[in-house]
Design a protein. Structure first.
Length: 60
C-alpha cells in the first residue's frame, strides 16, 4: 500500500466534490462535470491501490 497514492486520491476526491458543489451553486455545468470526473479519477486510484494490496497479500 502506498499511502502517498491514497492521500493524493483522497485529495483529488475532495477537490472534485468542491468543484462539483461550486458548479452546482453557480449553475456552471462544466465545473460540475469536471468535479464529477475528478471524483471518478479518485475512485479509480483507490481501486488500483486496493488491487495492489490484494495482490501483495496473495504473494505473501
Amino acid at each position: 500500500m502506498n499511502i502517498e497514492n491514497r492521500i493524493e486520491a483522497t485529495a483529488k476526491n475532495i477537490e472534485g466534490k468542491v468543484q462539483e458543489a461550486v458548479g452546482e451553486l453557480t449553475g456552471n455545468p462544466e465545473d460540475k462535470a469536471e468535479g464529477k470526473a475528478k471524483q471518478a479519477e479518485a475512485q479509480v486510484r483507490h481501486t488500483a491501490e486496493n488491487i495492489k494490496d490484494e495482490l501483495k497479500k496473495s504473494f505473501e
